[in-house]
Each structure stands twice: as C-alpha cells, then as structure tokens.
Design a protein around this ligand. Structure first.
Ligand SMILES: N=c1c2ncn([C@@H]3O[C@H](COP(=O)(O)OP(=O)(O)OP(=O)(O)O)[C@@H](O)[C@H]3O)c2ncn1[C@@H]1O[C@H](COP(=O)(O)O)[C@@H](O)[C@H]1O
Length: 108
C-alpha cells in the first residue's frame, strides 16, 4: 500500500517544476498553497457528503472515490510544503502499540 503513496509522492515532486499547461498537479503548485488548501477543503466536504449518502444507500463507491480525491489533494499540499508521504506513514507507524490515550499524552 505504501508503495502507491511513495510512487505518487515522487510524481507530485516531479510536477513541482512541470508545465502547468500539461499537468493538473503543476497547475495546483503554480496557483499556490491557498488554492491547494481550498481543494482539500472541497474534497473533505464531498467526502463527508458521500459518507452520509453511503450510510443511507449502503453503496460506498462514491465514498471511496471522494476519499481518494481527498488523500490526493492532501498529498499535493504536503508536497507543496516539501513533506514526503513517508513522513505521515512514519507518524502512523509511531502510533502502533500506543493506546489512543497514550498517543494523546505523547502530543507536543
Ligand atoms: N490521483 C490523481 C488525481 N485525483 C484527482 N485528480 C484531479 O483532481 C481534480 C478533482 O477536482 P474536482 O473534483 O473538483 O474536479 P474539477 O472541477 O476538475 O477541479 P477544479 O477545476 O475545480 O480544480 C480533477 O481534476 C481530477 O482529475 C487527480 N489528478 C492527478 N492524480 C495523480 O497525479 C498524477 C499527475 O497528474 P498530472 O499532474 O495531471 O499529470 C496522475 O498521473 C495521477 O496519478
């Protein structure tokens, strides 16, 4: 699973210097952090709506699709700030074995 995130992270890095005419990710980097964060917010809202719809309909297809959009735009935001997906995976790994309460106590 993390191979996918690592590969996508590499593509997003390459797109930082790509032509915005030919790449959606390069367009986002070119427009800047505020535009990227606007997309993260939009996709978070669409994910919430899809989750509520899935609860009612029992069909989770749209939820999976919107969550992929949310993860993707979150990764673009990280990349824009020079953070690799591995840093998030490392943080999740650090939390293995901690209870939720222990994790909360470990926060800065
Ligand atoms: N995983 C994705 C991915 N997921 C979603 N999207 C794009 O994210 C956008 C989702 O935004 P919306 O649903 O709001 O659709 P929209 O109306 O087109 O968006 P806006 O014009 O409002 O910004 C769509 O344009 C999708 O195509 C993605 N675009 C790219 N990737 C990956 O990034 C790689 C590099 O992409 P390019 O930079 O375009 O080559 C691709 O090969 C993929 O692996």
């Amino acid at each position: 699973m993390s191979d996918v995130l690592q590969q996508l992270g590499q593509i997003l890095e390459q797109r930082r210097n790509a032509d915005p005419e030919s790449s959606y990710v390069a367009q986002l980097h070119h427009k800047g952090l505020n535009k990227i964060l606007e997309k993260v917010g939009e996709e978070a809202t669409e994910t919430i709506i899809a989750a509520k719809d899935a609860q009612n309909s029992g069909n989770c297809d749209d939820l999976v699709y919107e969550t992929a959009d949310l993860w993707f735009h979150s990764l673009v935001a990280l990349s824009h700030l020079g953070v690799q997906p591995q840093a998030v995976l490392d943080e999740l790994s650090r939390r293995f074995g901690l209870s939720g309460l222990e994790e909360k106590a470990s926060r800065k």
